[in-house]
Design a protein. Structure first.
Length: 364
């Protein structure tokens, strides 16, 4: 092709693209004037550091970035819909938007577990890399559109959690037998296979359940949130590491009809703010957990303890079994597991000579 023909063709293509994509003055003006008022249901107690405050920040940032065109009213867990039924409410269109944990819904969709975390799974850095660059987000949005009629976005992470609060000491695998523990998701199924009883209760009931003996143990989040719920006053033993929640992500879900009603610029604002909150919440937890842990360590009524190696080895083997069975029984779980496993293999190899090696060097 001669240079003149090429330039002429490019100019024509550019003109066509401009005429196709640019809205007319009237359309653009009308779109800029249109406002939306949404309701957002969460699973979290009001004012809870990290989780609860993070959702308030999400709503405030969206309203500010949209210059008031998209206003979102936040409802705490149980205020508008039951705390563990947020995704159902978004799917039905009862609310336009929700914020909760994907693994609350693994009973309806086993593969949803991967979009919180799986036992012995990805760290926060790994899950974000997989989501934003490894195809994880596209798989998630395809699955949720098909199953729930919603579009999901990552919107927060707490980092590696604690194993939980226990009123019974764990010295060996035998101590797991008969243990009544509040622990959701695949982690709960693993504990059941280890001989414990899995009990699921919302955050607002954990303290009372521990205090009254309705449960013997409970995992929640980590020091920052655990102190906020007063769990250090309801149980003696605080175990680590959080083998079951290694980089647990929070999800923002939006009803598909509500999402499609937004103009493109508001959709981009929602995407961008969700990604900002995803990063900001992790920074808050890193700071808050460090400060709160010092308070817990200074409490003479609390014993901070590691889980024994034989317990962790048992839980790891059982976790692998559960995830393999999920993949064999559910097509979505199989697709997502294959994607996660391939990236995690690469991430572990990289992490061993970078972050792990540095952490080991720093402790010398």
């Amino acid at each position: 092709m001669k240079r003149r023909q090429f330039v002429t063709g490019m100019a024509a293509a550019g003109a066509a693209a401009c005429s196709t994509e640019a809205p007319s003055g009237d359309t653009a003006t009308a779109s800029a004037r249109e406002t939306f008022e949404w309701n957002l249901a969460t699973s979290w107690p009001p004012g809870l550091p990290g989780l609860g405050v993070g959702v308030d920040n999400l709503a405030e940032r969206i309203e500010a970035a949209s210059n008031g065109r998209l206003k979102i009213k936040v409802y705490s867990g149980g205020e508008l819909v039951p705390a563990l039924e947020v995704l159902d409410a978004v799917s039905r269109g009862t609310v336009q938007m929700g914020h909760d944990s994907a693994y609350y819904h693994r009973g309806k969709l086993p593969a949803a577990q991967y979009y919180t975390t799986v036992p012995f799974g990805q760290t926060v850095h790994e899950i974000n890399a997989w989501l934003y660059y490894g195809g994880g987000l596209e798989l998630w949005q395809e699955m949720y559109a098909e199953v729930f009629n919603v579009i999901p976005f990552p919107a927060g992470n707490t980092g590696v959690q604690m194993a939980g609060w226990f009123n019974k000491e764990i010295n060996s695998v035998d101590d797991l037998k008969g243990l009544k523990m509040r622990i959701p998701g695949v982690g709960g199924e693993v504990m059941q296979r280890a001989g414990a009883s899995q009990i699921t209760v919302p955050a607002s009931e954990i303290f009372t359940s521990l205090q009254t003996g309705a449960i013997d143990a409970a995992e929640w989040v980590g020091p920052y949130n655990d102190i906020a719920l007063g769990l250090h006053k309801a149980a003696r033993y605080y175990y680590y590491p959080g083998w079951h929640e290694t980089g647990p992500m929070l999800q923002c879900t939006i009803n598909m009809e509500a999402w499609n009603s937004l103009p493109a610029d508001l959709q981009e604002i929602v995407r961008s703010v969700c990604q900002a909150i995803n990063t900001d919440m992790m920074a808050e937890y890193t700071w808050g957990n460090a400060l709160a842990l010092e308070q817990i360590k200074a409490d003479p009524n609390v014993e901070l303890k590691p889980l024994p190696d034989d317990v962790l080895k048992l839980l790891r083997g059982l976790s692998d079994d559960v995830l393999e069975e999920m993949a064999a029984e559910d097509e979505w779980a199989a697709r997502i597991k294959a994607s996660v496993d391939e990236f995690q293999r690469l991430a572990i190899a990289n992490g061993e000579i970078t972050e792990l090696a540095y952490m080991n060097a720093r402790s010398l």
